[in-house]
Design a protein around this ligand. Structure first.
Ligand SMILES: O=C(O)CCC(=O)c1ccccc1C(=O)O
Ligand SMILES: [Mg+2]
Length: 382
């Protein structure tokens, strides 16, 4: 028999986890090095009602805790039946991936028990009034390669229906990146939105030079042109003074005719409030795995939105469970900008078939209950 629990009361759960390792089809080149493989944990929490929720903790060192630290945090929860949500013992700053995995599994279980989609559950919990979308706009992710290969990849993405592309920059000198961006713009034409992600590679002078040179290519934004902690530098690149009385992040435009700025690593390292308060960004990139869970990523997105800053949800090249969760998070953000959720094809293999079809530059939000109905049932049993 299923017992109903009021939504704020958490029934006892038993937590389990097991490791996985997945290779990328080919390494994703970034200014911070190549991502070649992803190692993480599938989490299952079983409620007293008999319902099992599934989650994923896939740490990416540099963005989250190490694999060992994640394993240690999860080991401490394993097999324990708890009346209190085990989330209390997981620190979102110290072990964000572990907290992500457990909070996702708990939310999946709660949504399944309630017969709701995860997106609806998340939106409800965060006080979002509008109903989550059934599909979310996405960008294609184009890695670091020479101009010809980058342009070919970009053209292929457009042929596949994408109208927003994000390319990695910052691993080469500025002139080489300008050549790559020019090659892509010429290959795809003016109707496609282009983003460039420097992953914090530039110093202030280089960033200024890069933005001036890239201004010719009508970029939707440059992501993390400066190191994560240089919030004042980011604010200055927007050509607006955060202390001029207009407040942080109220503009939502490009702050003075230049290239708009997005913050990614800054949100992880300094927190969403510091980024918004500093007026450091026109857009913020939110990675649920690095921010400690779908709930925390959604909360950050809503804070950004109310400060006039555009939220964008992306993955850390996660396996299918966490990618699907990120799709639900994005769906719960009203009018979300194109999100970096088309990363499944970067993996050579996966934990389960992908329940989120991509078409016409959009990714579908799976019907519930929970993450994706029965799609991950094999992952609940081991
Ligand atoms: O945003 C995307 O298109 C995909 C996600 C992505 O680029 C990424 C993936 C892993 C680690 C860092 C990043 C990043 O945005 O910097
Ligand atoms: Mg980024």
């Amino acid at each position: 028999m299923t017992r109903d629990y009021p939504r704020d009361e958490n029934p006892p759960v038993t937590v389990r986890h097991r490791p996985f390792a997945l290779d990328l089809t080919r390494p994703l080149g970034t200014a911070r090095g190549k991502i070649r493989s992803r190692e993480g944990f599938v989490i299952a929490v079983e409620r007293e009602t008999g319902v099992t929720g599934v989650g994923e903790a896939t740490p990416l060192p540099g963005w989250t805790e190490s694999r060992d630290a994640c394993a240690t945090a999860l080991d401490e929860l394993d097999g324990r039946a708890e009346a209190e949500p085990p989330l209390e013992s997981l620190n979102a700053e110290a072990t964000p991936a572990a907290r992500h995995g457990v909070s996702l599994a708990l939310a999946d279980a709660a949504a399944r028990d309630a017969g709701e989609r995860l997106a609806d559950r998340l939106a409800d919990g965060a006080g979002v009034e509008s109903a989550p979308a059934d599909a979310v706009p996405i960008n294609a992710t184009v890695g670091d390669a020479g101009p010809d290969e980058t342009a070919t990849e970009a053209r292929r993405a457009v042929e596949a229906g994408f109208d927003c592309l994000k390319l990695k920059v910052g691993a080469r000198d500025v002139d080489a990146d300008v050549d790559r961006v020019r090659a892509v713009r010429e290959a795809v034409g003016d109707a496609v939105a282009l983003r460039a992600d420097a992953n914090g590679a530039w110093d202030r002078g280089t960033a200024r030079r890069a933005l001036d040179a890239l201004a010719a290519f009508d970029l939707a934004y440059v992501e993390q042109p400066l190191p994560a902690d240089d919030l004042d530098g980011l604010a200055a690149l927007r050509e607006r003074d955060p202390a001029d009385g207009s407040g942080g992040g109220t503009g939502g435009g490009d702050g003075g005719g230049g290239v708009p700025i997005a913050a990614d690593e800054s949100v992880v390292d300094r927190g969403i409030d510091a980024v918004l308060d500093a007026g450091a960004a026109d857009a913020v990139v939110l990675k649920p795995m690095a921010l400690g869970g779908p709930d925390r990523a959604l909360a950050a997105g809503l804070r950004a939105r109310s400060a006039g800053v555009d939220p964008v949800v992306t993955t850390t090249i996660d396996a299918v469970v966490a990618r699907t969760a990120a799709v639900h998070v994005a769906a719960a953000v009203p009018d979300v900008s194109p999100c970096g959720l088309a990363t499944g094809a970067l993996l050579d293999e996966d934990l389960a078939p992908d329940p989120c079809p991509i078409a016409d530059g959009q990714i579908a939000v799976p019907a519930g209950p929970g993450l994706a109905g029965g799609a991950f049932d094999d992952l609940r049993r081991w």
